[in-house]
Design a binder for this molecule. Structure first.
Ligand code: CMC
Length: 422
């Protein structure tokens, strides 16, 4: 069987045979036969924008792997910092490599005092922490002028470490500001997740020791959110990075993409939806209203997964472990009922709509005491590792600047009419 396809331009009768390449067809080859004819694909639903060796995702089978390792094994046995190393370096670290990596991340958690005192303190009192995070990450580019040396590997690695390390510090600082609490400095004796929890919750005690089971649950959530191949925010990272902008500016763009309710804002929307439903007695009528076209079931459906999101399965289990410590989130029963009804309803079955990663993650975050506004921020912290892995891969591939074509549907040529004649 020939590993190729043949296309024919019926206007001219000309044909072209194009080989399959890693399961795809090079659009530049099509263009040889069809110069000036663009492939119309809004939302990039049928377009592979790059080759990538980072994450494998099979949406039909519900499979997710980072660098070949199943997400289930990583969530059970690994740590977020180890996974971040894996995403960025292709391989799991040796004990010596891990020690250096952990040391580097731990010793870059502090932020410049001006970022906190002048920049973050300048926000309006009710600023959304995600808006603060997006702006603060962009502002960091002005503190590290060496960040522009993106092809200097030493400088590039330094920015990667800085970004992964400072994200929890900025995230917690944004939260503390929004509730009027004093900033808590990082504690370098703590692990990544525990350190973040300390910066979030510490009050007057000399040292904040998070419940180890809650810190581990958060670390698992970080692992699950670390990467997801060419999603909206990663695409933003690659697009902005393709112009050779510095990594802080590109990461700020990625975080801005994550802010939207169709992406990283979905877990916040899930809690708002469950709160609005209010009781399991209202679930059936709520589902009926969704089917009638009144909005969407938040935390359901995915562009790529057409079966149960493997991350949602792990999160559901983690939720039970968290609720044993924090007490059950009262919205859980509504969520379970909603899932039960939706999964047996023809509307959702025929459209292959299943719970995604965000359906249960918000319930955990809420039970752990995080305010709703922090949910997208909690997503951005670990996804920074994935964004940077893609940014680095894109630079190493010497990829072209992202610049799609369009199909023009506007007015034909016409002459300017002076204002008095309109
Ligand atoms: N509730 C009800 N109907 C839905 C939903 C939903 N959550 N999602 C899709 N549909 C319907 C949609 O109305 C359409 O029906 P029809 O064919 O009759 O017009 C069909 O399913 C296909 O929908 P689509 O909009 O073409 O699908 P998409 O791949 O463009 O959208 C999505 C994917 C995630 C944006 C969408 O499923 C959605 O809005 N879900 C709710 C928000 C959400 O949970 N987002 C988090 C995604 S996972 C984490 C992340 O990536 O950040």
């Amino acid at each position: 069987m020939a590993e190729s396809i043949t296309i024919t331009d019926n206007r001219t009768g000309e044909s072209l045979e194009i080989p399959f390449q890693n399961g795809g067809i090079a659009a530049s080859d099509w263009s040889k036969l069809l110069p000036g004819v663009w492939f119309y694909d809004p939302g990039f639903v049928s377009t592979a924008a790059c080759e990538s060796a980072i994450t494998y995702l099979d949406g039909e089978a519900g499979i997710l792997r980072y660098r070949g390792y199943p997400i289930e094994q990583l969530a059970e046995k690994s740590t977020f910092l180890e996974v971040a190393y894996l995403l960025l370096n292709s391989e799991l670290p040796t004990p010596e490599q891990y020690q250096v990596w952990q040391h580097d991340i731990t010793h870059h958690t502090f932020i410049h005092e001006n970022v906190r005192k002048r920049f973050l303190d300048g926000f309006h009192y009710d600023a959304h922490p995600m808006g603060m995070l997006v702006s603060a990450v962009a502002a960091l580019s002005t503190f590290y002028s060496d960040a522009k040396d993106i092809f200097d590997i030493e400088s590039r690695n330094k920015q990667i470490v800085r970004l992964i390390a400072k994200m929890p510090t900025l995230a917690a600082a944004a939260h503390r500001f929004s509730v009027g609490m004093p900033f808590v400095y990082p504690d370098n004796s703590l692990e990544f997740a525990s350190n973040f929890l300390s910066m979030m919750w510490k009050t007057a005690e000399p040292r904040f020791d998070a419940n180890p089971a809650l810190a581990r649950a958060l670390d698992i959530l970080f692992i699950l959110h670390a990467d997801h191949e060419q999603n909206c925010s990663t695409t933003a990272m690659r697009v902005v990075g393709s112009s050779h902008a510095d990594p802080y500016s590109a990461t700020a763009a990625a975080a801005a993409a994550l802010y939207g309710p169709r992406h990283g804002g979905a877990n916040e929307a899930v809690i708002r939806m469950l709160t609005e439903i209010g009781s399991i007695d209202n679930v059936e009528s709520f589902v009926a209203s969704i089917k009638a076209g009144h909005g969407r079931l938040q935390g359901f459906g995915h562009r790529v997964y057409k079966s149960y999101d493997p991350r949602a399965k792990i999160i559901k289990k983690t939720a039970d472990e968290v609720f044993e410590i924090t007490g059950k989130n009262p919205l859980l029963d509504i969520a379970l009922k909603l899932e039960e009804i939706a999964l047996s309803d023809e509307y959702f079955i025929s459209r292959k709509l299943y719970p995604n990663v965000d359906f249960y993650s918000g319930l955990i975050y809420q039970a752990m005491g995080f305010p709703l506004e922090m949910f997208p921020v909690l997503f951005a912290i670990p996804r920074t590792a994935g964004w940077l892995a893609h940014w680095q891969e894109m630079l190493d591939q010497d990829s072209k600047i992202a610049r799609p074509r369009q199909l023009y549907i506007g007015a034909p040529p016409r002459d300017y009419v002076g204002m008095s004649d309109r």
